[in-house]
Design a protein around this ligand. Structure first.
Ligand SMILES: Nc1nc2c(ncn2[C@@H]2O[C@H](COP(=O)(O)OP(=O)(O)OP(=O)(O)O)[C@@H](O)[C@H]2O)c(=O)[nH]1
Length: 173
């Protein structure tokens, strides 16, 4: 089963995703796309690591997400990816501009065939106005198209706001 959990910054989406992974009762692999680029982020990551169950596996991968999903997915295993918008940002900032398209297509190609449970977390940043800067506009477009494409492919889509999930597709947990 593939699920997409959307929400703004500090909306509670990561906590919700972690709860769903715990409730699955399956072994969990946490796939982090963020990189500790400053002290505040390192501290944030450290707190996340401490708060997660000790038996969860961790894979840190900023770019090659489809490769990791193909490698880690297994029947009876739950993969939690946090988060897709950072992965997208990492790809947008890549020197190789074709990498975004390649990685996105690889994700779409593999998603439907992955065994086990896949929980994808992503930041919904498209609710405001169209940004002024060129890179920000490319990001908003890429994130919006990505979410639309994934929402088509996922069995359940939740939108988290103020810590509360709304079901956009499928039933509430
Ligand atoms: N590299 C790395 N990143 C991690 C790890 N654990 C969590 N993260 C990152 O932490 C980020 C999520 O944390 P926050 O930014 O605090 O939460 P948030 O998603 O904005 O907030 P909520 O919506 O309230 O969950 C994600 O981008 C993860 O990739 C880890 O072990 N390693």
């Amino acid at each position: 089963m593939q699920e997409l959990i959307l929400g703004g910054a500090r909306s509670g989406k990561s906590r919700l995703a972690e709860q769903l992974a715990k409730d699955s009762g399956w072994p969990v692999t946490y796939i982090a796309t963020s990189q500790a680029l400053d002290g505040e982020m390192s501290e944030r990551i450290r707190q996340h690591q401490q708060s997660r169950p000790a038996d969860w596996a961790l894979v840190e991968e900023p770019l090659a997400l489809a490769d990791v999903l193909r490698r880690e997915a297994a029947p009876g295993r739950c993969l939690l990816v946090d988060c897709l918008t950072l992965w997208l940002t990492n790809l947008l900032l890549c020197e190789d501009q074709s990498r975004l398209e390649t990685e996105r297509e690889a994700l779409f190609d593999c998603l439907g065939a992955l065994p086990g449970r896949i929980i994808l977390v992503s930041n919904e940043t498209g609710l405001g106005v169209v940004p002024m800067g060129e890179l920000s506009r490319r990001y908003v477009d890429a994130a919006g198209w990505l979410h639309q494409a994934l929402a088509q492919r996922c069995e359940r889509v939740l939108f988290c706001i103020a810590g509360l999930p709304m079901a956009l597709k499928g039933a509430l947990p």
